[in-house]
Design a binder for this molecule. Structure first.
Ligand code: PHE
Ligand code: ZN
Length: 849
């Protein structure tokens, strides 16, 4: 049912629920198109809330009957729930509803994926299962009975009685409804055990469709390492007797942290050397960790309301980043995290969808699972830690868990534990949560008489609805490197709390270069004028690995900018500065692979736009291709040596050491393929015994337009493996040369395997086109039109996935008038679609404002 005019929800409107829920019992009679859900819920009036009738959320439910204390009642039903008068004393609410999982294509609530029943309740899906106060501050213990002939019946918590055609589950930990989950299907488990630091023997199961049980070992390994890490680093042990993970094929997001029953998009669980790349393995590790870590940061301590989403997501992303850094490499992890932050969050912050880490209002909460809430939210945790120090952070977290276990909390609660544990006043820091936009630091520096002086001006650009902004405190980490390579100022953190801020350091030489914003100590844009030669000094000698990499990146951006705007040739100084780093055997190969990568076209477009220019997608693509070619020519002997020297011997091991070598070797191959017509890549493709090396060869072949044969063979080998077939779809679009991606995508939507209702497959085609900058922005508008056509088609089927993908248009304002007009036409067409969902309607509305 559609509401006429969707209304915004405001942070300031918070009021506690009228009742306290003491216990929930749910009973499911699972049938594909007529599942019956019976609920028995103990409630009592909430002494801290205003009295009123009982209001329960419910959507798309057929109410069969309702009782209060055993007596039939007749609630008033409307499109979003029901209202009923309830006694002014404890009572039991009971009702039975019927729902139709088989027609649930939105994948929210109870749905069917490949014959398997499963649920997705965050944020507001539980109301599609039964009538309930579907809000995170209502927490209760749940018991569940599932009646079904399917062999495996799962829900949250510990297993209870089970028998022929039924299973019962008990979750003793009070939880909000968004953490409810149920799974039923013909599944097999990959099982293991883990004994917690508290002596609890936990059964671990990863449930998959028969045939996939050989692809669970890595996720299980990652799970056990996550459990041990959370005990070691945060003192947090697991709290149930079982931990179940289920892989599903149809899932809108990455994964979901339901209590004791995590549900994953299959692509973030299943891996074998033949089917998954090193990057897939790394993502599986981090997502398994992320969902597991939510058990404490999200589940035991949850959010009071959805405005506080960053309370669980920012913190949990921060924790999974820390974990991956500990397990692999902090330098490589940090560079990857910053690339992702800049690529997605800075882009979001610079456009019409910019919003604070804690938004003040929303129309559809599903639209706020964003890079800002997640990734910028994680950066705020990192800054807090920098401000209070490691010990202060540890004390604050201990206090957080001790004080708030079992509660639904706010950002105020979170900041209060830091203030109370460390004595630090965080009033100015708190601005980070309420102001959108990426702060800009303009740094002037001088070096005289052995003194390094910095003057830092800081400001936050305007964002929709926010013009006049105050300065939040910004931790800026810095050092200095003498031109002979010595570090003359070790890493120091200064706090920029006013503008301008002036600092000086006695460094004993005038022949040095400042290294500012080490380890990317704050999510800001840094404008620091450094000569090319000085950047080369940092690339060669900076002791801070992030800034060492960043120096190379700045040189690459300067070279590309000159090529795009002045038609310059590729910069020989940049090429000369790269060579010794690439050849430096003391550097981690994974790090060197990152140094070898060029900024993406989208990154360059954003960089040019920030500098006040209008990016030309074709010119950017051409410059990137030309610079890549010049690198290949200039560095050929180094690249050849790396390609030959970085071979990995022995059986495939996804761990960081071997993965780093493969990354560097394949990065070298990508350049060499520009020179050898694809000979090496074809040989590698033929010989590869793992997906990393297959794709490491296939992608460069696609880029030079010489992959027809390899793609055909790849399809033949993998046409029955959906996750690998997703790669086949996406790579030939995303890596297509020039603007060919638009036509290839238009062809592939006709392919019989384009199962567009599967979100992974949809993203592999339509999302992949968005990842090919020059093709999506093809001057004739065909890229925009194709995306718009498909979003219009997907919206009524799966509004959440359609709405997320509208963000492809968020950069409209960067481009020339013709492209802006074509993008506006696309948005107008989406906006005019009949019965547009609230999800997509909100997104498109914000972009058309
Ligand atoms: N809470 C999930 C996570 O971050 C993400 C998610 C949100 C999944 C909404 C499904 C729906 O781990
Ligand atoms: Zn999360």
């Amino acid at each position: 049912m559609k509401e006429a005019a969707p209304r915004a929800v405001h942070l300031t409107d918070y009021a506690p629920f009228s009742h306290i829920v003491e216990h929930v019992h749910l009973s499911f009679d699972l049938r594909r198109s007529a599942t019956r859900v019976t609920a028995r819920i103990g409630m009592r009036p909430n002494p801290d809330a205003t009295r009123g009738p009982l209001r329960l959320d419910g959507e798309g439910l057929t109410l069969l009957w309702a009782r209060i204390d055993g007596a039939e009642v007749a609630p008033r039903l409307d499109a979003t729930g029901l209202t009923v008068d309830a006694p002014d004393a404890p009572f039991v609410w009971e009702c039975a509803v019927e729902i139709d999982p088989s027609s649930n294509t939105a994948l929210e609530g109870l749905y069917i994926s490949n014959g398997m029943f499963c649920t997705q309740c965050e944020a507001e899906g539980f109301r599609k299962i039964t009538y309930y106060p579907d809000r995170p501050d209502v927490m209760a213990p749940f018991t569940v009975r599932i009646n079904s002939d399917l062999p495996v019946l799962l829900s949250n918590g510990n297993p209870g009685a089970s028998g022929d055609g039924f299973a019962e589950w008990e979750d003793p930990h009070p939880k909000p409804a968004y953490l409810f989950a149920l799974v039923a299907g013909d599944l097999v488990a990959h099982s293991d055990r883990f004994t917690t630091s508290e002596g609890r023997d936990v059964a671990l199961n990863i449930w998959v469709r028969p045939g996939d049980e050989d692809k669970c070992a890595y996720a299980m390994d990652a799970l056990k390492r996550s459990m041990a890490w959370d005990e070691r680093v945060y003192g947090r042990a697991y709290d149930l007797d079982v931990f179940n993970v289920v892989a599903v094929d149809d899932f809108n997001m990455g994964a979901m942290e339901n209590k004791g029953l995590n549900i994953f998009n299959a692509r973030y669980v299943l891996a074998s050397p033949e089917t998954a790349t090193d990057d897939d393995y790394a993502r599986i590790e981090s997502i398994v960790a992320h969902e597991y870590f939510h058990n404490w940061t999200g589940n035991r301590i949850t959010c009071r309301d959805w405005f506080q989403l960053c309370l669980k997501e920012g913190l949990t992303v921060y924790r999974d980043q820390q974990f991956s850094g500990d397990e692999r490499s902090h330098a490589v992890q940090r560079i990857g995290d910053v690339q992702m932050l800049r690529g997605r969050q800075f882009r979001e912050d610079a456009g019409p969808l910019a919003h604070p880490v804690r938004p003040a209002s929303y129309i559809e909460i599903n639209n706020f699972y964003t890079a800002t809430v997640y990734e910028k939210g994680a950066e705020l945790i990192g800054m807090l830690r920098r401000l209070v120090g490691d010990d202060g952070y540890a004390k604050a977290l201990d206090l957080y868990f001790a004080r708030h276990d079992g509660q639904a909390c706010t950002i105020e609660d979170w900041l209060a534990v830091f203030q109370d544990a460390t004595g630090r006043d965080l009033t100015q820091f708190k601005l980070w949560y309420s102001q959108a936009g990426t702060p800009v630091l303009d740094v002037d520096w001088r070096l005289e008489d052995g003194t390094l002086t910095l003057k830092i001006d800081a400001a936050i650009p305007e964002t929709p609805g926010q013009t006049d902004k105050a300065l939040p405190v910004i931790p800026v980490s810095l050092g200095a490197i003498a031109r002979d390579g010595r570090e003359v100022l070790a890493t120091t953190v200064i706090e920029v709390s006013e503008t301008p801020t002036r600092v000086s350091f006695d460094i004993g030489t005038d022949d040095a270069v400042p290294s500012v914003l080490r380890n990317f100590s704050a999510p800001v844009t840094l404008n620091l004028d450094l000569a090319k030669a000085d950047r080369a000094v940092l690339l060669a000698h900076d002791t801070d690995p992030f800034n060492k990499w960043e120096a190379g990146r700045m040189l690459a951006k300067a070279a590309l900018t000159a090529m795009v705007t002045d038609g310059a040739d590729s910069d020989p100084d940049f090429l000369a500065a790269l060579q010794p780093v690439l050849a430096d055997e003391t550097l981690d190969p994974a790090f060197r692979a990152l140094v070898l990568g060029l900024p993406s076209d989208d990154d360059m477009a954003g960089t040019l736009a920030l500098a006040g220019q209008t990016p030309d997608p074709d010119a950017i693509a051409a410059a990137r291709r030309d610079l890549g070619h010049a690198m290949a020519v200039d560095l050929e002997s180094t690249l050849t040596a790396l390609y030959d020297g970085m071979q990995v011997h022995g059986p495939y091991d996804p761990a960081a050491a071997d993965a780093g070598k493969r990354a560097l070797r394949n990065a070298a191959l990508a350049y060499l393929t520009k020179l050898d017509g694809g000979d090496r890549a074809r040989r590698q493709f033929d010989a590869a015994d793992n997906m990393t090396d297959s794709l490491g060869a296939l992608v460069p072949l696609i880029r030079i337009g010489a992959a027809d044969d390899a793609l055909a063979r790849f399809y033949q080998s993998w046409k029955d493996h959906r996750l690998v077939l997703d790669k086949w779809f996406s790579l030939q679009i995303a890596a297509a040369p020039g603007t060919e991606g638009a036509a290839i995508a238009a062809r592939l939507v006709e392919h019989p395997d384009f199962d567009w209702k599967n979100p992974n497959r949809f993203r592999s085609v339509i999302g992949a086109l968005g990842m090919n900058h020059a093709s999506f922005h093809k001057a004739d508008g065909s890229g925009y039109a194709l995306v718009a056509d498909w979003l219009i088609k997907l919206d009524p089927v799966n509004p959440q996935t359609a709405a997320r993908m509208t963000t492809l248009f968020e950069t409209r304002a960067r481009y020339d008038a013709d492209r802006q007009g074509l993008m506006r036409d696309a948005l107008d067409r989406i906006s005019a679609a009949p019965d547009l969902s609230r999800d997509t309607g909100e997104m498109v509305g914000r972009m058309l404002d």
